[in-house]
Each structure stands twice: as C-alpha cells, then as structure tokens.
Design a protein around this ligand. Sequence first.
Ligand code: FA5
Length: 345
Amino acid sequence: MAPGNSSPLESFVRELDALLEAARQSFGSASSLQQVEEARVAFLGAKSGRFKAAQKQLGQIPADAKPTAGQHLNRVKNEIQAAFDAAKARFATESFRGEADPTFDRTLPGTTSRLGRLHPITQTINELMDIMGRLGFSPAYGPEVEDERHNFEALNIPADHPARDPLDNFYLSVASKRDGETRLLRSQTSTVQIRVMENRQPPIRVISLGRVYRPDTADPTHYPMFHQMEGLMVDEHVNLATLKTVLQLFATNYLGASVPVRIRPSFFPFTEPSVEADYFWNGKWTEFGGAGIIDPNVFKAVGYDTERYTGFAFGLGVERLCMIRHGIIDIRNLYTNDVRFLRQF
Ligand code: FA5
C-alpha cells in the first residue's frame, strides 16, 4: 500500500483508483482484440491479475473501514469490467468479419437456414375462412369424435339408414364401452350445423372447417381423412337463389370472376331439395360438394319454427379446392409429408 501518513483506507482507495486509471488506459489504447485480451488477463485475470492482487489488500483494512473499502473495491471492479466490454465492442465488427482470425475464409458459402411454412391445406383453410368471413359467415367448431345424434339422427338419418353402416363409418368401440353411448369419428362437418342450431336462434350465418373421416380407399381423389367446409345460413326468406348466390360469390373469390357455377338435383337426408354444386374450370364441370335447403325435420330436431325460418347448408371438400387451385393431381401427395412436394406452396 502507499506509504506516508495516510490511513490504510485512504491508501487502499488511492491504489485502486490508480489501478482503474491504468486499466482504462490499457483497454482504451488496445489496437486489436488480442491486445484487449492481454489487458483483460493483466487486470482481471483470476489468478495473477492486478485487481486480484489489490483485492487481497482488503484483509489489512481495519474492521470499521472494511465496508467502505469493499464498496469501493466493487465499484472499481465494475468500472474495469465496463472498460473491457467497451474495448471488446470496438472490435466486435472486426471479429465478426473474421479479420482477426487467420482461419477465416470469406469466400466459403454460408449456411442457409430454410424458413418453414404453413401446410397447403392450412393455407387453403385460412383463405376459405377469410373469403367466407367477408361474406358475413363466422367460424363455428365441433368435436371430431361425435355421437350418433349429431352425426345422424338430428340430420334426419334414422337408425336403419344405409349411411350408418359400420362399413361406411369409423365407430369407436372404446368410447362406446365407456358410457354405453355409441361414438364415431364424424363423417361430415354437417354435425356442426346441429351443434350451432341447438345453441342459437336465427339469424345464423356460420362456417365450419375441419377434419372428417370415412373408410374410403385412398386414390387420387379420395383419402380416409379429409377436410370439409360446412356453410349454414338460417333466416326468414332464405331460398335456393340465396344459396346459389353465396356459392357463386365464393367461387368468384376463390377461383376468379369468370367461373360459372351450376347446381343439379341430388339427395341428402338433411336437405330438401338437395343439390350438387359444380363449377366450370379448365374446360370441364367439377364438383364442389353437396348443398340444399334444410329439411324441416332437421329444424324440428333442434326446435326451430319451421313456418318462420328457412335455411341452406353446403359441404365442400377442402382438399379438392386446394388441388384445383394448385394443380395437384393426387390427394395423397398432401399427406405423405414429403418436403420436396410441400416446399412448392
Ligand atoms: C357431404 O358430406 C354432405 N355433408 C355435404 C352437405 C352439407 C350436403 C350440407 C348438404 C348440406 P359428400 O359426401 O358429397 O357430402 O361430401 C362432400 C365433399 O367432400 C365431396 O364433394 C368431395 O369434395 C369431398 N369428399 C368426399 N369424400 C372424400 C374423400 N374420401 N376424400 C376427399 N374428399 C372427399
């Protein structure tokens, strides 16, 4: 410690201040990262650094002055550390460019990190929701494991109807055993129509997009799990013309203004009349999906006034819409998770 008449504390503080000054000078005048590192070892080195040496003097300070000495010691340590950080930052760009590193080769190609993206079906679902949202349809959801009331009965599909055949549906034996009630993976999003109408009064304008399951053999246009978009509108004076207008507006938004839409007679137990909707694309009529005016029996099942309200519903295949938009010729490509295929969208 410094000689003279000063107290041990004063000498300790003076010596620390001198150390700080010397450290600032060394870090400030360092002209390369290597010199910064040398200064770090000289001042902050854990074994023989000058700060460490000064710290050892703390033991010789009288007990009553130790707190003040300790505080000063910490302050000086922080300041030396700050001088080191600032010096390092001055050379950060240099080290980033690699100029201080003789092994750095700026001509080597870099590593490209690929960005992930949404699956084409998710992209399609988002777009369909967006289009239907602009037409005033808000999203509705329902479970994928359904009971027979929502998948069949309330949709006017009685117990002896062939659509309930075990060969045409995925019945869940485990679920049935739990509480005696038969359950299945929903075979259509029309189940959500019932769930919405059970809980709300007209006017209703909803859209439901989700997975459905059928034991269909996979081929270029069929898959055992696929997605449907269900539309439901219930109000006074809703009719086939309203349905066709909505389908036309949808097709115009999704495929383009010059896409004609036609409806032709069909049959679904829950609509009367029922139609199949087609659009004209690439020189031929292609099926959108099924649709129709809600059968009064469905309204009765959910307690709606059949004299006052009418409604329409439609169910479109999302994969088919996605395929037509992107020119995909085999639905199976959407589910094999081959990134070389998925990366195109
Ligand atoms: C229905 O599922 C009715 N629920 C549609 C409906 C809703 C009618 C409301 C009336 C009122 P369909 O079984 O035709 O209808 O299926 C609708 C669409 O789902 C088909 O047009 C087709 O685009 C698509 N689709 C059907 N089966 C498959 C499958 N295995 N793989 C991929 N898409 C399929």
